[in-house]
Design a protein around this ligand. Structure first.
Ligand code: FAD
Length: 254
């Protein structure tokens, strides 16, 4: 079976800091593999252990450390799509991945439900839409039996069970089995595994195809709200007094 994992490298969520002078994130923050994508990779490695085949990890944009980790965990090979116009927006990122996926023709595409930085949750559905494939989101359990996936997915008020045959896009949540840690042997082997670097031009993508549908204007930090006032454990008339004083001080009394 040919199993692909879409893996994004993101700023380490525990280290992200915003610099209001730059109007952007503090540069040089440690970058890591997106958490949900590691759960997707673990699922892909277990599927390969069950049915054989290969696991390929694919990233758009800067992703050297994340791809190295994935190869050290056990992926067979990697592809990094980068260069002018990439990553663009979620739709453009999906277009680049789809141009490569159309060459690879995988049986299964695992991805994360969303990323910890932009977090639109759009790339998985955009890839499925552009490839005209079924997609199952919020995957928290799966079994592959007799050529069919039996999927358990999280919904608002419980879990839902679905059956779907490959080719399919599956979006992982962190309720799936814990990602394995790379072994020393895995880290050594990763150095010899192939990492293919492709540009948008290599994929035959025109500048027009790379036009983002959503243009980023800028990044800002939410304004910290003034702390509220809590009135408790005081007699009612004193509570009313305090409330009136509070409303008056803010010009809220006519
Ligand atoms: C320099 C730069 C410029 C940007 N400019 C814009 C812009 O103008 N407009 C805009 O809307 N966004 C912009 N972005 C954000 C970028 O478009 C998104 O980060 C990217 O498209 C992924 O979207 P997401 O993080 O919301 O992914 P989600 O949809 O939340 O990700 C879902 C899953 O899709 C897969 N996936 C997502 N991204 C990738 C990837 N890069 N490689 C492989 N798999 C992936 C992963 O499995 C992930 O878990 C920019 C980002 C950068 C770094």
């Amino acid at each position: 079976m040919k199993i692909v994992v879409l893996l994004k490298e993101v700023p380490d969520p525990n280290a992200v800091r915003y610099d209001p002078r730059l109007g952007d994130l503090v540069p040089g923050i440690q970058r890591v593999a997106n958490e949900y994508d590691l759960y997707a990779l673990e699922a892909a490695l277990r599927l390969r252990e069950q049915v054989g085949g290969e696991v390929i990890v694919a990233s758009v944009g800067t992703a050297r450390d994340a791809l190295n980790r994935a190869l050290a965990m056990g992926a067979d090979r990697a592809v990094n799509l980068e260069g002018d116009g990439l990553p663009g927006d979620a739709w453009t990122t999906a277009r680049a991945l789809v141009a490569w996926l159309q060459r690879e023709q995988p049986d299964v595409i695992w991805c994360g439900q969303e990323t910890s930085d932009s977090g639109t949750g759009n790339v998985g559905p955009a890839v499925a839409a552009q490839l005209d494939l079924p997609l199952v989101s919020n995957v928290v359990g799966w079994e592959f039996r007799d050529g069919v996936f039996e999927i358990e997915r999280e919904i608002e008020d419980g879990h839902q069970f679905q059956e779907v045959a490959p080719p399919v896009v599956l979006c992982a949540l962190s309720a799936l089995p814990q990602p394995r840690l790379p072994t020393l042997r895995g880290i050594m082997d990763a150095r010899r595994k192939p990492v293919e670097h492709l540009t948008a031009a290599d994929l035959g993508l025109s500048d027009e195809a790379l036009q983002p549908l959503v243009q980023w204007e800028g990044l800002s930090q939410p304004v910290a709200k003034a702390a509220g006032v809590v009135v408790q454990d005081v007699p009612p008339d004193e509570a009313v007094e305090r409330l009136l004083t509070f409303l008056e001080s803010r010009g809220l009394l006519g």
